[in-house]
Design a protein around this ligand. Sequence first.
Ligand code: ATP
Length: 360
Amino acid sequence: MARVILQNVKHVFNNVVAITDISLDIPDGEFWVLVGPSGCGKSTILRTIAGLETTNFGKIYIGDKLMNDIPARKRDVSMVFQNYALYPHMTVRQNLAFGLRMRGVKHHLIQERIAIVAQSLVLEGLLERKPKQLSGGQQQRVALGRAIARQPKVFLLDEPLSNLDTKLRDNTRHELKELHRSIGITTIYVTHSQVEAMTLADKIVVLQGGKIQQVGTPQTIYNQPANRIVATFIGNPPMNILHGTYTGEGFNVAGNFLPIISEIQQKLNFNPGQTIDLGIRPEHLTLNYEDNDPSLLGEVKVVETLGRETFVRLGLTGSNIIINAIITANRNINPGDLLRLGVDLSKLFLFDPHTEERIF
Ligand code: ATP
């Protein structure tokens, strides 16, 4: 069993509190992804699990064993970094073998394991090459292979794909997912990429300011964000947040009226006149709506054709509110046009303007 548990873990560098009150319970074999803005503490969490940082506050368990006083080399975890750090003077085979040789594994067992890893990561034809004779993607696969060959209890991956170009990144991401499915080692993965988080994760952990904002499946994080921070962090372009006023029957937003739906009315205990923050994802605005449907009117500021879809930035009339929309455009749209976009009210989010918690 390689369940990983963090209980109220805090880490302070000199006077900087990097992470605080981090509690996670990661079941054996799951793939968890840590996301959040730069400096939110993602790498520090990985490094404390790996034992590269001392844990003075809180407890870390791997496979039900307390790790706080166990040195990094005895924790049975493999960490892969962004800059893969292969040994340049060694061949791929020697790189893959290195960790095993250090642990005294017998030669023929090492070669057997290398063969299996090389096959699963498509490295068979590259085993006798040196790192500088490999592409970035191949080098990264060797780095992953070296981590896998050790058969650790836990994989810790810190932005392992960020040095690759887009196509290689997509391919390697697919390989990684496949690999996890076949070997099922508990994996904790740090990334800035929402695509990686949404496609790889069993659970996403959203962090900000060294604190956990929400833990959930990709669907939960996207459909039921706990607060404004999570709502605007996940989703690209980010969710629009519009400052509105509750009227009793609906919301006034920059002179537009959005009627309230009954599910919201039942939950909302606001008084008419109170301000509220409405959240609308760019993909939930549309050109295709009926005359009486709720909509927002504005002037087109930017148009970008993305292929199947079109990105539009709209300045709402009579206000300084700017919103982003991803729409299917069936006609030409140009900067300066006056445009009305329909709002799917069933997809509306509401946030408390003071606590920033999601109300609906
Ligand atoms: P990024 O996405 O930019 O890699 P991150 O989310 O991984 O960031 P960390 O590297 O964990 O963030 O850093 C968390 C906080 O701790 C930041 O404020 C950072 O400046 C600080 N920090 C990290 N390492 C050290 C260190 N060795 N000494 C002092 N402060 C540090």
